[in-house]
Ligand binder design. Structure first.
Ligand code: CMC
Length: 393
């Protein structure tokens, strides 16, 4: 009925009005709530950016302390949730576990299901998710190693607490390395939101049916997992390892990426919106050099990544299609330097993107948006006659 505009992949369809993130793909500009990403990455902490993205303004000192204190009350997860960790096969992918566990929060904290939550109730649902998410991510990691779980220590700030649960020893305090804490803060800030990307749009569309926050975010985790979206950060490292094992012949892999008969794509390259340098990639590349140097790490795949980037940026195929390195190209090299295995990279992306998903879900409610329900252009059969099964050929 009526006229339907076809836009597969929503390349040119605005689905909402938003005040969260501004992105100019031609100029390579990214801002959260009006603040340039470069400045936030250099001067802010992840918790400050969480506050900014979800509540709209940078917090005062008191507001930041209050947020930290509220989060600290909810960092534990229900003990029964630990049974899930025992149930997953030991080598199952952390993203599969994370999605299921976040979905399951809706069963352990069913107050999230209440329709028309008051502002306070909604905020408590949000705080619980912010508080439990890092705990769940760390538990997933610890279980993958077969190590005992490390419980949160509320004397630590948000990012340090996550590092403690992930890398700490049970009986000792975490030996806080400011280089690692700063690097992780920076990476998480750079991932915090990115307007109507695949996972954020998923969270909004699931939430638009009045679905609770935890299930909506679990849907976002599923969308993020794919290698064309957040899964690209793991795929980049896998690709660089492959190229290294293959003798480091970057030209050969560039040729493969250009070959339309070869399904291989240069992972960590290209973007739906950026037709210029991804501003996040610029910051991450510089951070990557600094962090590896400061930690005294010499990772041979960094050299391969740089060679690949250089070759791609001067190649006509990449120039014509405006394909530049994106956020995922160098982030994995940093995560690896901080001690994370590659299967954890997309989970770390999810941890960073959490405030964005929450803010998108919250804004969708504040805007009183209708249920998301795109149309289609039907191109299938019409008017067929039913044939009894015995007569079908
Ligand atoms: N390697 C080789 N060719 C590419 C690549 C690539 N990475 N990306 C795009 N192209 C080509 C593509 O084949 C097409 O060529 P042609 O016009 O000759 O058919 C042209 O460039 C346009 O690509 P597209 O697939 O139509 O663009 P899109 O906007 O639909 O896809 C993308 C965007 C990010 C999915 C894609 O660039 C890609 O697959 N990149 C690799 C995966 C990746 O790094 N994803 C992370 C994205 S950024 C962070 C995030 O979202 O999580």
């Amino acid at each position: 009925t009526g006229f339907v505009t076809l836009d597969t992949g929503f390349k040119n369809t605005g689905s909402t009005k938003s005040k969260i993130t501004f992105l100019d793909g031609e100029k390579g500009i990214l801002k959260y709530r009006g603040y340039a990403i470069e400045e936030l990455a250099a001067k802010s902490s992840f918790l400050e950016v969480i506050y900014l993205i979800i509540y709209g303004d940078l917090p005062t000192h008191t507001q930041l302390e209050e947020l930290q204190a509220e989060i600290s009350k909810h960092t534990l997860i229900h003990e029964d949730m630990k049974k899930f960790f025992d149930g997953y096969p030991s080598r199952s992918h952390p993203m599969g576990q994370l999605g299921s566990l976040i979905f399951s929060l809706s069963t352990f904290y069913p107050e999230c299901l209440k329709p028309n939550q008051t502002a306070e109730e909604q905020n408590l649902t949000i705080i619980k998710l912010l508080a439990k998410f890092p705990t769940i991510v760390s538990f997933v990691y610890k279980k993958s190693l077969g190590h005992p779980l490390i419980y949160p220590k509320n004397k630590y700030d948000y990012v340090t607490n996550f590092l403690w649960m992930t890398f700490g020893q049970r009986t000792e305090d975490y030996d806080v390395n400011p280089i690692v804490v700063n690097a992780l803060n920076k990476l998480l800030i750079l991932h915090a939101d990115h307007e109507q990307n695949c996972s954020a749009s998923t969270v909004r569309i699931v939430g638009s049916s009045d679905c609770n926050l935890y299930a909506s975010v679990a849907a976002g985790i599923a969308a993020l997992w794919g290698p064309l979206h957040g899964g690209a950060n793991q795929a980049v490292i896998d690709m660089l390892e492959l190229i290294k094992a293959d003798g480091g012949d970057t030209e050969k892999w560039i040729a493969k990426a250009k070959d339309k008969n070869d399904p291989f794509r240069m992972m960590g390259f290209g973007h739906r919106v950026y037709k210029n340098f991804d501003p996040r990639a610029k910051i991450i590349k510089k951070a990557c050099d600094d962090i590896l140097e400061n930690l005294g790490i010499d990772d041979p795949i960094l050299e391969i990544a740089k060679k690949l980037e250089e070759a791609a940026l001067t190649d006509q195929y990449f120039i014509d299609r405006k394909l530049y390195p994106n956020v995922d190209f160098y982030s994995g090299i940093i995560y690896r330097a901080l001690g994370f295995p590659s299967e954890m990279f997309t989970v770390l992306f999810a941890l960073g993107r959490l405030p964005g998903w929450i803010a998108q879900w919250k804004e969708m409610h504040e805007n009183k948006e209708p249920i998301g329900r795109p149309r289609q252009v039907y191109v299938g059969e019409t008017d067929r006659e039913f044939v009894e099964i015995k007569d079908r050929k």
